[in-house]
Design a protein around this ligand. Sequence first.
Ligand SMILES: [Zn+2]
Ligand SMILES: [Zn+2]
Length: 139
Amino acid sequence: MEFVDRLLTCADCGGEFIFTAGEQLFFFDKQFKNDPKRCKPCKSKRAGVGLKAGAGPAAAGLSRTETRTECSACGVETTVPFKPTQGRPVLCRQCFQAKRAPTTGALVTAATTAEMVAGGTEHVGVSAELLTAAQAPHA
Ligand SMILES: [Zn+2]
Ligand SMILES: [Zn+2]
């Protein structure tokens, strides 16, 4: 069986993409009955979204769960890389650091630290680091 490159139209973006002979051979091999419906970018976009339906656009590139919440201290909207516990204060990054700054570090127990880790997506690296230390009592 001979295969030649074919031009297909993407069902999502309407753009044309090439269904290569190699891909057709693969489809034939796998006994797929239907032609691909979407171009590669749209296909990977869908795959990414499918994992986390309903999550914000920022979550597309993140594997971590981001929860939208409000800072208990200043009320600013923030996202946290964990599910806040009911009744526990959740602080934005600014308030979190303000709280940590004083030498009365004893006030901040390991348990409350878990709830205080916060910040925008640009702080994910920091949050992840703090979260790792706080995950044990949480689980
Ligand atoms: Zn497309
Ligand atoms: Zn705050």
